[in-house]
Design a protein around this ligand. Structure first.
Ligand code: KE4
Length: 428
């Protein structure tokens, strides 16, 4: 029997490349037909066939309060009634800048835009304008959005400049990007010895969520901070995913490392399009109309989107919010690890705040090479579909992180662990 999902997917592919507006949604990594949703409330989603799911994607991070939180919906409705957009300054943007500065003090000045991609692209351009340098460093397995200079893979030799990792990216653009190994301190020291004074910025996910969850070694982050300081290189923490997800102050507060710039997204829009970049005032003063670095956006600081974000950021400041979210996420991890162990399936898991990683490997990987080598993708895909059948919606890729919201109840966690017990048994 053809489901509505299948019918919609069939039709969508006629008019939308791959039938989706963002590639990961197409289920290419896990196979099968993507689920089309029509409603979300709290921790739950309902697809177009009316099937209910517990949601562990949270729209890839933004829905930290759960879906359709009444106060967020009310704020959006109130803002919308005053017009959806002005293209002119509003007091809401000042309120958002003040709140971001309060919660992330390293962001002395901040500019809003409409996506994480815009935020990272703008931050890198600002760092280049501030330093007068062209070269940038990123890390294999980290994703910072789809601007040309970031769709770059490691060159032939690990210490050589990048090659395009996507069609349409000119080699001349990729040539300015150096891609290093995450958590490889020695390589970092070597490249800065060679050309530290030529590097405009280093952009890094301080906790990685885009090659599954990978946590940093303290020594790696501390060395990175010291080398950037020594060579006048701008250190950019891309906290689009970790910002307000791993802790109220983001990963920089967890690891007590102060970057020169930070990029944000996802949670700060509460589900609507908001990105932000900011940092040291001397760097941000390079931006037009004050300085010479151009950056703009028709809907930057949009009042409806900012209203959703402001309400979300106010609610996550509640006492104990992160203690509860962290504990709930860890309870899920512990339950999954125990369930796999009971049937002898090779599985590990870890979490940082409200984001988690599931691995079909003996231990939790700590680098791109390890996760590509050790994580049994076929087992993940089988597990993914078994859980989907049981009404559990995980990220459709073995190389994505998962997310828990404040709306996930003890019952949700218990049901998920029971569904996993069944899924693991099919792998044993
Ligand atoms: P957006 O342009 O998608 O808003 O943000 C790009 C971005 C930047 N930095 C980090 C650390 C990110 O995780 C992202 C986007 N994350 C992906 C999830 N793997 C978004 C999902 C998608 O591409 O559909």
């Amino acid at each position: 029997m053809t489901t509505t999902n299948q019918t919609l997917f069939e039709k969508s592919q006629q008019l939308i490349p791959g039938g989706v507006n963002s590639p990961v949604r197409a289920f290419r990594s896990v196979g099968g037909t993507p689920v089309f949703f029509k409603k979300g409330l709290g921790s739950k989603l309902w697809d177009v066939d009316g099937k209910e799911y517990i949601d562990y994607i949270n729209s890839w991070g933004p829905m930290i309060l759960g879906h359709a939180h009444p106060e967020v919906v009310a704020a959006v409705q109130a803002a919308a009634a005053n017009s959806l957009s002005f293209g002119a300054p509003t007091g809401l943007e000042l309120e958002m800048a003040e709140l971001i500065n309060k919660l992330v003090p390293s962001m002395e000045q901040v500019r809003l835009n409409s996506s994480g991609t815009e935020a990272t692209m703008s931050a890198i351009r600002t760092a280049r304008g501030f330093t007068g340098r062209d070269k940038i460093i990123k890390f294999e397995g980290c994703y910072h959005g789809h601007s040309d200079g970031l769709l770059v893979k490691a060159g032939s030799g690990l210490l050589t400049f990048g090659e395009p990792d996507s069609g349409g990216v000119p080699a001349s653009v990729a040539a300015h990007t150096l891609t290093l190994e995450y958590n490889n301190t020695q390589q970092l020291e070597e490249i800065f010895r060679q050309m530290g004074d030529e590097i405009a910025c280093v952009i890094i996910e301080p906790v990685v969520g885009n090659m599954n969850l990978i946590v940093p070694h303290m020594e790696f982050l501390q060395t990175l901070r010291a080398l950037c300081t020594k060579h006048g290189t701008v250190l950019i923490f891309d906290e689009v995913m970790t910002g307000f997800r791993v802790a109220l102050g983001g990963a920089q507060s967890l690891y007590n490392i102060q970057p020169d710039m930070t990029t944000l997204g996802k949670v700060i829009g509460g589900g609507l399009p908001v990105g932000a970049f900011g940092g040291r005032k001397d760097i941000m003063q390079c931006l037009a109309p004050v300085g010479k670095v151009y950056q703009a956006g028709t809907l930057s600081g949009n009042p409806v989107a900012v209203s959703a974000g402001l309400t979300t950021l106010k609610l996550i400041q509640a006492a104990g919010f992160y203690d509860k979210l962290t504990a709930q996420t860890k309870k899920l991890m512990d339950g999954l690890v125990e369930a796999a162990k009971q049937v002898g399936v090779t599985f590990s898991a870890q979490s940082v705040g409200g984001m988690f990683g599931l691995y079909f490997s003996q231990t939790c990987p700590s680098s791109y090479a390890e996760i590509m080598r050790d994580n049994n993708k076929a087992h993940f895909n089988q597990f993914f579909h078994s859980m989907l059948d049981s009404g559990i919606y995980l990220g459709p890729s073995a190389f994505e992180a998962g997310f828990v919201s404040a709306a996930h109840t003890d019952g949700d966690i218990a049901y998920t662990i029971e569904a996993a017990r069944k899924a693991f048994a099919m792998l044993a």
